[in-house]
Write a protein that binds this ligand. Structure first.
Ligand SMILES: NC(=O)c1ccc[n+]([C@@H]2O[C@H](COP(=O)([O-])OP(=O)(O)OC[C@H]3O[C@@H](n4cnc5c(N)ncnc54)[C@H](O)[C@@H]3O)[C@@H](O)[C@H]2O)c1
Length: 439
């Protein structure tokens, strides 16, 4: 099939590349001319395991192309995916300006029947707005070109995006016309060969499914962080409690790790957007609001522990940070707890030396721009003469460090473990002062 993917970010680039990998003819469009230029030269804008080689292979083979011209790319396309950003607006709702801007351009460009698929995460009712926007442009052009709107929320996880896309847990399709649904079924059939996890429904339910999924996952995280904070105060060990409850198959082990809060491009904005979506229909969602409040508080739990140990004034102290990205496997730092923790330490006069396997450039150029941080090229370089180590992202290379080396490097053998990675290592017996979440 000939496919246009509009927006070449985490979702668009992975989507376009994986469709190309399955033999489709794909053009990925973006308004960012530098990004498109780089992609054509083989420079991949994001880090995602397995993505680079797949992009290069398909670009070389001609099944994947990049363009800044939506108009030209749409020529002959059977399907157009909208995969642009839906950032948080001033009032907490999803900002639809990019989605509707693309819809307008589609209406100004199409000359043949097309299925327009919304892959961006959008509030319930957006498909109607996209449809009306395209129709208004066609009316202006005096055309009655056939087009169908489909909602296809994306569930990929950054850090495992290619794997998730190639072997999805499910593909959710919201469609109101059988013709569009059938096309989507055929498009996704190669990804669902071993097990049919194609879930079709009405468009509004599909739009809502994405918010419900993210809100559920964020709720599990905030719930466990709340339990951790209570454990800490009543002398219980959350690491034991986690195993105790996870073994109940109704609860399960996934997403109940206590930590320093969730971040990323999705949970923070989607939880907020769901709360706003509810408010817009006069419903105050107490649970969803609490999920967000607990997370905001959780992001400062590690720095609060540091302040409790070293005092309100941190001048003269140096802290080593391991991990900047909001989770392992990605260079994405959007809403990462590290941003909040580092800013708080630096604001209080501390010196910070940081190491991350992938996210240092993101930190330097965007999220910690202007903040005085010494970036290091290895994890042990960051710990030299530091008063304590703060572990903020559970990258694999941090999971089993050389603790003797750490004792030798650190000024004080103190670890603040924001991801509860080291509770099995009996750090106190090895001479460390060890702080973790929920104990
Ligand atoms: N990142 C994730 O893990 C993830 C997972 C599931 C769903 N989503 C959702 O998918 C959507 C995209 O997220 P993302 O992380 O890929 O965003 P992103 O910011 O990485 O990428 C968006 C891209 O769209 C481009 N763009 C903006 N306006 C455009 C236009 N008019 N024409 C062409 N390109 C345009 C931008 O230049 C940018 O490259 C969001 O709604 C997000 O909530 C993201």
């Amino acid at each position: 099939m000939k496919i246009t993917v509009i927006g070449t970010g985490y979702v668009g680039l992975v989507t376009g590349t994986c469709f190309a990998e399955m033999g489709n003819d794909v053009v990925c469009v973006d308004i960012d001319t530098q990004k498109v230029k780089n992609l054509k030269q083989g420079i991949i804008p994001i880090y995602e395991p397995g993505l680079e080689e797949m992009v290069l292979r398909n670009y070389k083979a001609g099944s994947l192309n990049f363009s800044t011209s939506l108009n030209e790319s749409l020529l002959g396309s059977e399907i157009a995916f909208i995969a642009v950003g839906t950032p948080m607006g001033d009032d907490g709702s999803a900002d639809l300006q990019y989605v509707l801007g693309v819809a307008k351009e589609i209406g100004q460009s199409i000359t043949q029947p097309i299925v327009v698929v919304d892959k961006s995460t959008v509030p319930v009712g957006t498909a109607d707005k996209v449809k009306a926007t395209i129709q208004a442009e066609l009316d202006k052009r005096g055309l009655d070109t056939e087009f169908y709107i489909v909602s296809n929320p994306e569930f990929l996880k950054e850090g495992a995006a290619v794997e998730d896309f190639m072997k999805p847990d499910r593909v959710v399709i919201g469609a109101s016309e059988e013709k569009a649904l059938e096309l989507m079924r055929q498009l996704y059939a190669p990804f669902l060969r071993t097990n049919d996890r194609f879930v079709s429904m009405d468009i509004r339910s599909a739009e809502m499914t994405k918010y419900a999924a993210n809100a559920m996952l964020a709720t599990k995280i905030s719930f466990m962080n709340e339990i951790a904070n209570i454990c800490e105060r009543v002398g219980a060990d959350v690491n034991n409690v986690r195993i105790g409850i996870g073994s109940d198959s109704r609860i399960g082990y996934s997403f109940i790790y206590p930590g320093c809060g969730y971040g990323g491009s999705c949970f923070p904005k989607d939880v907020k957007a769901l709360s706003k979506l509810a408010l817009d229909v006069n419903y105050s969602s107490e649970l969803i609001n609490a999920v967000e409040n607990v997370n905001d508080r959780q992001k400062l739990v590690v720095s609060n522990k540091v302040i409790k140990r070293f005092g309100e004034d941190l001048s003269g102290f140096k802290f080593a940070i391991w991990g900047l990205s909001f989770k392992p496997g990605t260079d994405d730092m959007r809403e990462a707890p590290a941003i909040y923790i580092i800013k708080e330490l630096v604001r209080r006069g501390a010196t910070v030396s940081a190491y991350d396997p992938k996210a240092i450039n993101e930190a330097k150029d965007h999220y910690l721009k202007g903040v005085d941080v010494d970036y290091c090229s290895s994890k042990y370089e960051a710990t030299v003469n530091a008063d304590a180590l703060l572990l903020l992202t559970e990258w694999k290379e941090f999971r089993s460090p050389d603790f003797d080396e750490l004792i030798a490097q650190l000024k004080n053998p103190i670890i603040f473990d924001g991801r509860n990675q080291y509770n099995a290592f009996k750090l106190e017996e090895r001479g460390f002062e060890y702080y973790q979440i929920g104990k």
